[in-house]
Design a protein around this ligand. Structure first.
Ligand code: FE2
Length: 233
């Protein structure tokens, strides 16, 4: 499970303590990168088991590569401490370039908090990834990435970036209102919570990824299509 940033709100140490408790029952391993509401130091302290890449100083970006079978899950820190917008710092750009250069055969999936593309929601686009061109150049230099997955906007979105399928994951809490008129005041709505389930299928050209949108909640069903005798119900 990838948590693509904004693990807490303020951020406070108590909030991370609460989150650690919420995540404790998880049966699957999780990896997490910060969003603009996070604090790198507090995150490092709250999740000492996360295998972040070494940095030159303790306040450096929280980047990680996590191998899962034939896949490299690559997570980069797009946060700018104290700011809402995203920008990949020089160390992270170098780390990403070297990480993707480490293989020419393994499929990579890239996760970051700030979308490197516009959504049409103006107040969010104003704080998306500022140096998206730098990211695109690296992805094109090492063409093994099959998905670029972002967060930040709390709303399921699908496009392409540098010729790669690109998504924004919906949120388990509120959604940014779908206002495509820049004159409207920024607002949020409490919409059905959801997450994305990415499924990778091996094949030519690093295989393919299918993204399923999964609502979170208790819903009626499942109801079988067929009776035990094969008759359509
Ligand atoms: Fe965010």
């Amino acid at each position: 499970m990838v948590i693509s940033g904004d693990l807490v709100d303020t951020p406070l140490e108590d909030e991370y303590d609460h989150l650690v408790g919420l995540l404790a029952p998880l049966a699957v391993r999780f990896v997490a990168i910060p969003g603009n509401h996070d604090d790198r130091g507090l995150m490092r302290a709250a999740f000492p088991d996360q295998a972040y890449a070494p940095t030159t100083d303790a306040s450096g970006a929280l980047n990680m590569v996590h191998a899962v079978g034939e896949i490299d899950v690559v997570l980069i820190d797009s946060t700018v401490p104290g700011a809402a917008h995203g920008e990949i710092d020089a160390d992270t750009l170098r780390w990403l370039d070297a990480t993707l250069a480490a293989s020419t055969t393994r499929t990579a999936l890239l996760f970051l908090h700030h979308p490197p593309f516009v959504t049409g929601i103006a107040h969010m686009d104003a704080q998306n990834l500022r140096n998206a061109a730098d990211l695109a150049a690296i992805l094109q230099r090492h063409p093994r990435t099959r998905l670029v997955a972002a967060g930040h906007v709390h709303r399921a979105t699908l496009t392409t970036f540098a010729g790669i399928a690109a998504t924004i994951c919906p949120a388990p809490n509120h959604a940014v209102a779908l206002d495509l008129d820049a004159r409207l005041a920024p607002s949020l709505k409490v919409e059905p919570p959801a997450f994305h389930l990415h499924v990778w299928f091996p094949g030519d050209g690093f295989g393919s990824v299918v993204t399923h949108h999964v609502p979170i909640g208790d819903f009626d069903g499942p109801h079988p299509f067929f009776a035990t005798d094969g008759r359509l119900l």
